[in-house]
Structures are given as structure tokens and as C-alpha cells.
Design a protein around this ligand. Structure first.
Ligand code: FAD
Length: 376
């Protein structure tokens, strides 16, 4: 694979990194300021859309997945909660519509607004047993008076409280389907916004659908319906890889700067060999995670059949490296790091979601092993 970025790709990454900076200041302690977070999501999406970021993966933007991952790192490092919200909308919801919408209707009304950053999407998979690996989805749709009536309950939905449309996964005519539910659909009830230990600026809730009627054009079924859940999980996993790279970058840079500036015992902390060793361990993990993430992304574009297992490997490594590195960074920052609101502390709290959300690290390990043994 080629690890170099062309001039066009470098310009794209730079443009995305610059666009997110005005929103970075708000990603500190103010992350818990929910109203500000919501306003920022509405403001940041059209700005990033100007760079083409919100359209990558949803059509021919000419930007490959490896370049996207590099750009994701900047967004996730600067504003993690905004990253989670905008990625669920652009990269998971938007991609699903781009890949599976069967009529121009959804393309014109929904995808155009997602790509231009003028609309927000969410994706709801998880149910009471939140892990879709273990239990078939109970949410279902059936034809009723020329429309499709959807019933079900979804447990955790990022962007749920804010989204213009929610793509709800369920069963339709004995196969997996996504139902596009507009937010004002009668019968859709959103739960209270959850209070979370990380990504506290992201809007997350549960929802119920009781006899929600949508046009039949709002039902999306992949050509091979069995691809539905694995593909959505793969896209979610890519988002969490990007989130982890952002956490690694934020934690490394915060620890490095503090180790140089913070003086203790008459010298900067970095002058102590134990601190320097810790920082080099941090940098090694960060750069290794970056390389594996790039390789997995490059494989998605060039050898898609081989990508699934590499994405699981990258997700396990990057999400676990993020937690470890954030922990080391806090050790280097010492008491300064223990105060709320610094990027390393935020990365530490956020890191755990990467290991849970999408394909959990336990399930990913089982799948990696199965593939290695040729069981799949
Ligand atoms: C903040 C947050 C936001 C979320 N947002 C969304 C969203 O927008 N949309 C959405 O659809 N979902 C969302 N989820 C749900 C998320 O994808 C699920 O939490 C995840 O799938 C894990 O499910 P669970 O919590 O029920 O874990 P459980 O299934 O109860 O798992 C418990 C433990 O058992 C392990 N385990 C379970 N099954 C297996 C197995 N087969 N093999 C090996 N180990 C196993 C797990 O790894 C875990 O360690 C969100 C979750 C959180 C916390």
C-alpha cells in the first residue's frame, strides 16, 4: 500500500483540520453544555460539507477511505462529541441511503441534505438485548393501506433527540431492512436524553415506534439482505477507529506539551527518564494505531473482501490503544490531568465507548479468530 497522500489529499485533510478548529474550544468542559453542543452540530456540518467531508463514502467525491481516516483524526481530536454526531449522520446514515435507497425520492430529499450538512441522520440497530450479534431484531414493518407500518423499540440512538430522520433496522417480509423514519412521524416517541460518562456533548436516547407509517419508498433493503447488519457494523467500526485516532492524537499532544513545560524538581518532567519512556510508549502506540487504521482503510477501497477482518483488528487495536495512551497521558500530566476538561482526561473517558460500540472488542476477537481459522 501507499502511505503517501497526494497534494489534493493533503489539501483536503488540511481544510478539514482548519474547519474544525473554531469548534475545538467548545469541546472542553463546555462539552457538557448540551445546548451549545447541539448548536455546534448544526453549524459545523455545513462548514465541513464545503470541504466535501460529509459526502465521503456517499458517492464519488474522489476522496479515498485512507484520506478520510486521516481527516477524521483531526475532527475527533478537536471535538469528539461533534465527531460522533456528524459521523453517525454522514458516514453511517448517509452511506446507508447512498447504498440502499431504491428510489430517487430518498436521494433527492434526504441524501442531498445530509451531504450538504443541512440535515441530520441517526441509525438505530440495538434493541433490548442491545447486541445484534446475539438476538434477531424484533422491530418489524408490514404493509398497511399502501404504506409500511413499523413497530419496535431501540435502546441507544446517537443523534436520536436531534435527527431529522432515523434509519431503523428491522425485519420486513422475512428479510433485514432499514426503515427511514422522519422525526415528525406519528407514533415515534423519543426517550429522555441519556447522561453518559464520555462523549457527553453527544445527544443519545432510546426510542419507540408504535404503528409508525412511512411510504414504501422509505424501506431500504440491500441487494443481499444478509449484508445489512455486517455492513452497518463495519461503518460503525470505521467511525470508532477514527474516534480512537483522535483520542490518541489529543492525549499524546497534551502529554508531550505538558512534559516539556511542566517543571518539577527544578527541571521539566520530560527530563526524568521514566517520563520520557512513557512518552515514547505513547508515541509508538499512536503511530502503530495510525498505520493499522490506514492499512484497513486502504484495504476497504482496494480489496474489500479482505477488509472486514482487518477492520476488526484495527478497531480492537486502536480502541484499546486509545484507553492505554490516555491513561499514560494522565500519568504524565499528573495532578493537572486529574482536573476535568483537559483533552487527555476527555480521551480517557471517551475511550471505553470505542470498545463497546459497533462490534465489541470481545466479539471482534472471536470473529478475527474464526476468520484466521478459515471458519468464515
Ligand atoms: C453511548 C452509546 C451510544 C450508542 N449508540 C448507538 C446507536 O446510535 N445505534 C445503535 O444501534 N446502537 C447504539 N449503541 C449500542 C451499542 O452498539 C451496544 O451497546 C453494543 O452493541 C453492545 O451491546 P450491550 O451493551 O447490550 O452489550 P451486551 O451484549 O450485554 O454485552 C455484555 C458483554 O458481553 C460481551 N459479549 C456479548 N455477546 C458476545 C458474543 N457473542 N461473543 C463474545 N462476547 C460477547 C460483550 O462484548 C460485553 O463485554 C450505543 C451504546 C452506547 C453505550
Amino acid at each position: 500500500m501507499n502511505y503517501d497522500f497526494s497534494e489534493k489529499e493533503q489539501n483536503f485533510i488540511k481544510a478539514v483540520a482548519e474547519c474544525i478548529q473554531p469548534f475545538a474550544d467548545k469541546a472542553g468542559p463546555q462539552d457538557s453544555d448540551r445546548a451549545a453542543g447541539e448548536q455546534d452540530l448544526g453549524r459545523v456540518l455545513p462548514v465541513l460539507a464545503e470541504t466535501g467531508y460529509t459526502g465521503v463514502g456517499c458517492g464519488s467525491t474522489g476522496i479515498g477511505t485512507q484520506t478520510l481516516v486521516a481527516a477524521m483524526e483531526h475532527v475527533a481530536a478537536a471535538a469528539p462529541s461533534l465527531f460522533l454526531g456528524l459521523e453517525m449522520s454522514s458516514r453511517v446514515f448517509g452511506r446507508a441511503v447512498a447504498a440502499w435507497a431504491q428510489t430517487p425520492d430518498l436521494y433527492d430529499t434526504v441524501l442531498t441534505r445530509i451531504q450538504s450538512g443541512r440535515g441530520l441522520g441517526a441509525v438505530a440497530l440495538s434493541e433490548e438485548s442491545m447486541n445484534t450479534e446475539n438476538q434477531a431484531l424484533e422491530t418489524h414493518g408490514r404493509r398497511e393501506d399502501g404504506q409500511v407500518e413499523v413497530n419496535g423499540t431501540k435502546s441507544f440512538v446517537i443523534n436520536g433527540p436531534l435527527a431529522d430522520w432515523i434509519a431503523v433496522a428491522g425485519q420486513f417480509e422475512d428479510q433485514g431492512a432499514l426503515f427511514i423514519i422522519p422525526r415528525d412521524t406519528p407514533g415515534l416517541t423519543l426517550g429522555e436524553r441519556f447522561v453518559t460518562s464520555g462523549y457527553e456533548g453527544a445527544a443519545i436516547c432510546m426510542l419507540t415506534l408504535e404503528n409508525c407509517r412511512v411510504p414504501a419508498t422509505h424501506v431500504m433493503v440491500p441487494a443481499n439482505p444478509d449484508d445489512l447488519l455486517p455492513t452497518l457494523r463495519l461503518w460503525e467500526n470505521q467511525v470508532m477507529i477514527g474516534a480512537s485516532l483522535g483520542a490518541l492524537k489529543a492525549a499524546f499532544e497534551t502529554a508531550r506539551d505538558s512534559a516539556k513545560i511542566n517543571r518539577t524538581g527544578g527541571k521539566p518532567a520530560i527530563a526524568y527518564q521514566a517520563v520520557a519512556f512513557k512518552l515514547s510508549e505513547v508515541l509508538t502506540l499512536y503511530q502503530t494505531a495510525q498505520l493499522l487504521a490506514y492499512r484497513a482503510a486502504w484495504t476497504c477501497d482496494t480489496l474489500p473482501k479482505e477488509a472486514e477482518s482487518l477492520i476488526w483488528c484495527a478497531k480492537v487495536f486502536c480502541t484499546e490503544a486509545a484507553e492505554k495512551v490516555a491513561g499514560y497521558a494522565l500519568q504524565i500530566l499528573s495532578s493537572e490531568g486529574f482536573l476535568s476538561g483537559n483533552p487527555a482526561e476527555r480521551a480517557y473517558r471517551n475511550a471505553k465507548l470505542g470498545q463497546i460500540y459497533g462490534t465489541s472488542t470481545e466479539i471482534a476477537r472471536v470473529k478475527i479468530g474464526d476468520q484466521a481459522l478459515g471458519y468464515k
